[in-house]
Write a protein that binds this ligand. Structure first.
Ligand SMILES: [Zn+2]
Length: 74
């Protein structure tokens, strides 16, 4: 069983394109507001969390303090 935790992404632009849940993939330099921590974040600062089932989630740069994910960014 793999260990849960944050994983390193080599090509953040490609990873975002491959995993973004919507069609309009933002630029890495784009600024969004995370509605969970109410902070403005840079898209390219995203973190990726992998759970112990191997599922990967794009999460807020302020994770783990913030539990927001990419769908919480306006
Ligand atoms: Zn957040």
């Amino acid at each position: 069983m793999s260990k849960a935790g944050f994983i390193e992404i080599q090509d953040k632009e490609k990873y975002l394109k491959d995993n973004y849940p919507f069609t309009d993939v933002p630029q890495l330099s784009a600024k969004k507001r995370c509605i969970h921590c109410d902070k403005v974040i840079k898209v390219g600062d995203y973190k990726v969390y992998r759970d112990n089932h191997g599922m990967e989630f794009i999460v807020c740069p302020n994770s783990p303090e913030c539990d927001g994910t990419i769908i919480d960014w306006m």
